[in-house]
Design a protein around this ligand. Structure first.
Ligand code: B12
Ligand code: SF4
Length: 437
């Protein structure tokens, strides 16, 4: 069969005013540009599992109107979805089916809403794709395609993970490539819509597999920048202590997402820096205790660590690794004071980079269920608004108007040229003073 692997790419937001503002704010735009060019690791992984007798193309779709008639080029279109582009992905699926192409969909969004997806495609893959992909292809070849393929009961072992088919990419298009070392997370944040939606358990990919992936990337790209597409990387420190010296030998630069527990491990931080770690992204969520209480459902992990926030940033950055701190606006307990609190926290903590988002009820999360129960969802079913930059619910301790106006103004204040430069200069000065620069 001729298979089109279709990734929806780019960054989305419905709030036109915010988008327009964002375009003039250097810090905001730089981060958007960096992350906008990441490929779909899910599709590249499935590509690597596909038997050789099929032909494969990897296609990034920024704008579905630019996709013409594919009927004479492909028998099957495999589309990957996040919530924000689910409506576009459904439009594309409808169109392709109209042309006679079989369409299957997978990813976080359709995992949660398979019946919705089935109105637009021939089959849906729920959960991780690896354990069911080849069965799906075989069924299709034999004209027995089922509607639903569920990867969850297989509890897929990442030791079986293939090296993703990075060779399908036009590498010049990307400034980073993703590699996964783990799936899932031991925490359970009420709003989390990452791979904990795909797999209940936290699982780790064996080090040999990760290194094989990095070696493959290096064959295609001399000095690569790797983004680890983990939910929360340093859960298993023993693993990273073994991985980092190997990473160091490979001379790559890398970035990842973590919780702040890494900050207390100076030895690990030193090893991270030596192995090419440029930045870690940490979800601080709230600059004050208000808002943190109860967001982590297992044992209030983030709330209990609030006192250590600034110390943690200092510790990580003093090892020459920049911290990108993420803050969420709109959590219960946050009043309009949160905007000044975030601004002040960012300034006082010396954070190198900052990311602000609006609390977003993604389908399938405890947050979504709670807001639905409380009658607070303002745009139910408008998945295109699940961008992290659009407000979809009534906040508890401020009005919708206050949340939106405050968010926009905070973006202006935080990403203004001189403020962004001051953050970066602060980091460089600190490095010089500690003789790391
Ligand atoms: C890399 C990344 C991106 C990249 C790459 C996107 C891409 N095309 O894959 C870019 C930068 C483009 C991106 C964009 C956005 N992202 Co993003 N991104 C990530 C990140 C960091 C890693 C995702 C990843 O690579 N996972 C690893 C792969 C292996 O998993 P997977 O894709 O789920 O694939 C597996 C299964 O789902 C399944 N599968 C997936 N697709 C398919 C298709 C078929 C046919 C089959 C059979 C199976 C299958 O099989 C795969 C293997 O098991 C996650 C955060 C995280 N740490 O996970 C956020 C994340 C996925 N992004 C998120 C968001 C909100 C966005 C944006 C809306 C941001 C914005 N405002 O624009 C946009 C979405 C719009 C768009 N264009 O898609 C949310 C999504 C939540 C949700 N449930 O929808 C996440 C979880 C982050 C968060 N804060 O919550 N993102
Ligand atoms: S710490 Fe991050 S990845 Fe883990 S559950 Fe919370 S939001 Fe999700």
């Amino acid at each position: 069969m001729r298979i089109a692997l279709i990734a929806m790419s780019g960054i989305r937001a419905c709030d036109a005013e915010l988008m327009e503002l964002g375009l003039n704010l250097p810090g905001f735009v730089e981060r958007s540009k960096t992350i906008a060019s990441l490929p779909s690791l899910g599709l590249l992984t499935l590509a690597a599992l596909t038997p050789d007798h099929h032909e494969l193309d990897y296609i990034e779709v920024d704008d579905i109107d630019e996709v013409g008639d594919l009927s004479d080029q492909y028998d099957l279109a495999a589309i990957s979805t996040f919530s924000a582009q689910a409506p576009e992905a459904y439009d594309l699926a409808d169109r392709l089916r109209g042309q006679g192409v079989t369409v299957v969909m997978g990813g976080l969004h359709v995992t949660v809403l398979k019946d919705e997806a089935l109105k637009h495609c021939d089959a849906v893959v729920v959960g991780e794709g690896e354990p069911v992909w080849n069965a799906l292809l075989l069924d299709l070849e034999n004209d027995h395609l089922r509607h639903v393929y569920d990867g969850r009961p297989y509890n897929y072992d990442l030791a079986d993970a293939p090296v993703p088919a990075y060779e399908l990419l036009n590498i010049d298009r990307y400034n980073r490539l993703t590699v996964q070392t783990s799936r899932g997370c031991p925490h359970r944040c009420d709003f989390c819509a990452s791979s904990i939606l795909l797999t209940e358990t936290f699982k780790q990919k064996p080090i040999e597999n990760v290194l094989a992936e990095i070696d493959r990337i290096k064959e295609l790209w001399d000095r690569p920048f790797i983004e680890f597409a983990d939910d929360n990387s340093f859960v298993n420190r023993k693993y990273w202590r073994a991985l980092l010296p190997e990473l160091k030998k490979r001379n790559v630069k890398w970035f990842t997402e973590t919780d702040l527990s890494v900050a207390s491990d100076s030895e690990l931080l030193r090893m991270m820096k030596e192995s090419g770690c440029a930045q870690v992204l940490i979800g601080f969520e709230s600059p004050t205790r208000a808002g943190l209480d109860g967001i982590e459902l297992h044992n209030n992990w983030k709330f209990k660590r609030f006192d250590k926030y600034k110390e943690a940033i200092e510790s990580i950055q003093s090892h020459g690794i920049t911290v990108n701190g993420c803050f969420i606006v709109g959590m219960d307990g946050q009043t309009v004071d949160v905007f000044d609190d975030i601004f002040d926290f960012v300034r006082d903590s010396g954070l190198y980079e900052v990311q602000i988002t609006l609390l977003t009820p993604f389908p399938g999360t405890p947050l979504y269920a709670r807001l639905e129960r409380e009658g607070r969802l303002t745009h139910p079913g408008k998945w295109e608004r699940c961008t992290l930059f659009d407000l979809n619910f009534v906040p508890k301790d401020m009005s919708e108007e206050e949340a939106l106006a405050g968010f926009r103004q905070l973006a202006v204040n935080l990403y203004a040229e001189e403020i962004t430069q001051a953050r970066r200069n602060g980091f460089r000065t600190m490095l010089r003073e500690t003789n790391l620069g």
